[in-house]
Ligand binder design. Structure first.
Ligand SMILES: *Cc1c(COP(=O)(O)O)cnc(C)c1O
Length: 383
């Protein structure tokens, strides 16, 4: 290995963007229509088709999609919403936007996701919804969770922020959700810079979300603009400005076309990691659950006590080789913003939060770059 190679830093994630995205954005700029318009509509249609969702509503990011999902599902003050602490903080923050209380439940150690059993532990008569995450792209067992929640009148909101390209029971993740929220942040596979989507099987929820994202206007700005004599609009309730722009949607349309290739490459790279890690006792890597496939948005490793290094030491060892790993998924209940909430013991969340790290994995990663990461994992065992 040359000095140059040693000094080249390997990042944990890198978006895959090309000339097609540049051309798509240029076309939007030349068209003069840069805010929410025809490309947002086309992106919604294409995304709904690819995820097998009945309706898709594009929004500014996944956090605003979660907020709108809670509003259209009728969640409000006094309600409890079960969430995993083991998630990006937006999952736990969202219920507070509607005056509801997030209630932390623990996760399954192999998937990092909620299960009917962990949900059942924290449900009370005030529980009105669950935000269930496909953490790091690993599909949750939505069928099992809905089988438990639906008869009890508990709405299941799927936080599929990380999971575009993952599958469950042979269908795209989210296809069997009553409502789901998606992210197009560059840390996810498909990116629009910032961006999000809400998908739902219920036409009335889609229609209300469509109005709420645009100040609850009765006539959309795009429709008003399209007519010479704009019809008068009214505002039936207090809405928000959660719109996506046509600039973002144009990028999203190109990215959506790249998604199958991105997932295939990530899964091939992950399979190589899995082979190497299988020979290294003390490391456990995330893998597909029985009911689906992950897009490996986060390829996480648990550093078990029998490993010679602990998680922090292994991250240092990787950093010395110019490899930028990341601490695993956060635990919201340990953050100042949520620390004062009472909660049940969350032993699996805390263990995974303490012992996991995320390996570099991105579309353009070369086999040589991956070999460097594998070498560093090997030398951690046999210095
Ligand atoms: C990234 C992420 C979000 C937030 O997505 P934004 O588009 O950045 O708002 C929400 N939930 C989970 C599980 C995420 O990973």
């Amino acid at each position: 290995m040359s000095i140059d190679q040693q000094l080249t830093r390997i990042n944990v994630m890198q978006p895959w963007l090309g000339e097609e995205e540049v051309a798509a954005v240029s076309e939007v700029l030349r068209s003069g229509w840069v805010a929410q318009g025809p490309r947002v509509a086309a992106f919604e249609e294409a995304f709904a088709a690819s995820q097998q969702a009945a309706h898709a509503v594009a929004v500014s990011n996944c956090t605003t999609a979660l907020h709108l999902a809670l509003v259209v599902a009728g969640i409000g003050p006094g309600d409890e919403v079960v969430v995993p602490s083991f998630s990006f903080v937006a999952t736990a923050n969202a219920p507070t936007y509607v005056g509801a209380t997030p209630v932390f439940a623990d996760v399954d150690e192999s998937t990092g996701n909620l299960t009917p059993a962990t949900i059942a532990t924290v449900v009370t008569p005030r529980t009105r919804a669950v935000i269930a995450v496909d953490q790091g792209g690993v599909p949750l067992d939505l069928r099992a969770i809905r089988a438990w929640c639906d008869p009890r009148g508990i709405v299941v909101i799927e936080d599929a922020a990380c999971a575009a390209g993952s599958t469950s029971h042979g269908r795209p993740v989210g296809a069997e959700a009553e409502i789901a929220a998606w992210s197009f942040h560059p840390r996810k596979l498909l990116t629009t810079g910032e961006g999000g989507m809400l998908t739902t099987s219920r036409p009335e929820w889609a229609a209300r979300a469509r109005q709420l994202r645009e100040h609850a206007m009765s006539v959309s700005a795009a429709d008003r603009h399209a007519s010479v004599l704009a019809p008068p609009e009214s505002y039936a309730e207090i809405g928000f400005n959660y719109r996506m722009t046509d600039l973002q949607a144009a990028v999203g349309l190109v990215q959506l076309g790249r998604l199958p290739e991105m997932v295939a490459r990530r899964r091939a790279l992950a399979a190589r990691y899995a082979e190497v890690i299988a020979g290294l006792p003390g490391l456990r890597m995330v893998s597909d659950p029985a009911w689906g496939t992950t897009n490996f948005q986060s390829c996480w490793l648990e550093v078990l006590p029998e490993h010679p290094l602990d998680r922090e030491e292994l991250m240092m060892h990787l950093a010395d080789a110019g490899i930028s790993a990341r601490r695993g998924i956060m635990a919201a209940h340990r953050q100042p913003a949520h620390r004062d909430r009472s909660h049940v013991p969350l032993p699996v969340t805390e263990r995974l939060n303490d012992q996991t790290l995320i390996l570099p994995l991105f579309h353009q990663m070369t086999d040589a770059e991956q070999a460097r990461v594998c070498d560093a994992l090997l030398t951690a065992w046999r210095p």
